[in-house]
Design a protein around this ligand. Structure first.
Ligand code: ZN
Length: 283
């Protein structure tokens, strides 16, 4: 199937295409895409097509690769850059799909300053200048509130385009106007600290209930870059809940991504949504 996709992309050369039936199946299976305006979905299809023509998909452990899998990853990956330059995903080509979670090795330093090599199970990983690795099982779990491993990893890629992943994505004056890194940090940093404070104050006895009901995965407290990626999942997948719980972060993310996904609710009937934020004048 993937060979078929490749052949079609090569044959089309300048204008690769996505099969209509596959596209509608992919969008229909992802409620946060299906609710978007017709104009947004059309634009996303164009970006996903370009993405498929510039990236290389492969799988591990003999996972069969289908066109629908590639299109699904492409559509979700392109949602954050719907109104941003696609150059944010430049400089690398590989996307590797594992059947389920996979082991990543990393070094951690303990409280005594001793460095340990550890292996950790992961559902996704974005390498700086290298591939994005995803668990296909987790890619399919997009019906869980505010969870989306594809958006998470690709937002890390955007973060890395501005240098080391630090939760401050690259900003362009012509697109973002007065939203400078300093202005970003004025809102983002206190929100990160408040979330870390809230999480650290959850009593052990209430931890399970908290972890299973929290809109934001407590994993977000690991680092500013993780808070950025986890918040982006909620922004795109559960926008009304994110807006209601974290209004200042929602506004900040709207100004950065130049999208207003909560306003797109119910716009999936073909009516254009109200996502056209004016970048330099949005409060
Ligand atoms: Zn992450």
């Amino acid at each position: 199937m993937f060979k078929t996709l490749l052949a079609r992309l090569r044959r089309a050369h300048a204008r690769p295409t996505i099969d209509d039936a596959v596209w509608h199946e992919v969008v229909g299976a992802l409620p946060f895409l299906a609710r978007r305006s017709a104009a947004d979905v059309d634009k996303l299809r164009g970006l996903a097509t370009e993405f498929l023509g510039s990236k290389h998909f492969s799988t591990a452990h003999d996972l069969p690769l289908t066109e629908a899998m590639c299109v699904s990853v492409a559509a979700q990956a392109c949602l954050p850059i719907l109104n941003l330059p696609s150059a944010l995903y430049r400089g690398w080509t590989g996307i590797v799909l594992y059947p389920g979670e996979f082991l990543i090795r990393k070094t951690v330093e303990d409280d005594a300053g001793v460095v340990h090599d550890i292996a950790q199970e992961a559902s996704g990983e974005a390498w700086e200048g290298g591939p994005v690795v995803l668990s296909w099982q987790d890619v399919q779990a997009s019906d869980v509130l505010a969870y989306n491993v594809v958006i998470h990893e690709f937002v890390h890629k955007i973060d890395m385009e501005g240098g080391e992943a630090d939760g401050v994505p690259p900003m362009l004056r012509r697109l973002h106007g007065e939203l400078t890194p300093e202005a970003w940090c004025e809102v983002f940093d206190p929100a990160y600290e408040a979330f870390c404070h809230d999480v650290s104050n959850v009593p052990d006895a209430h931890w399970d209930a908290f972890a299973s009901s929290s809109l934001l995965d407590p994993y977000a407290t690991e680092h500013e870059s993780e808070f950025f990626a986890v918040c982006a999942e909620a922004f795109f997948v559960a926008p009304e809940a994110f807006r209601d719980a974290y209004p200042s972060l929602y506004t900040l993310f709207s100004r950065y991504f130049l999208q207003d996904p909560a306003a797109s609710a119910g716009a999936g009937d073909g009516t254009p949504g109200t996502a056209g934020l004016a970048p330099a004048t949005t409060p």
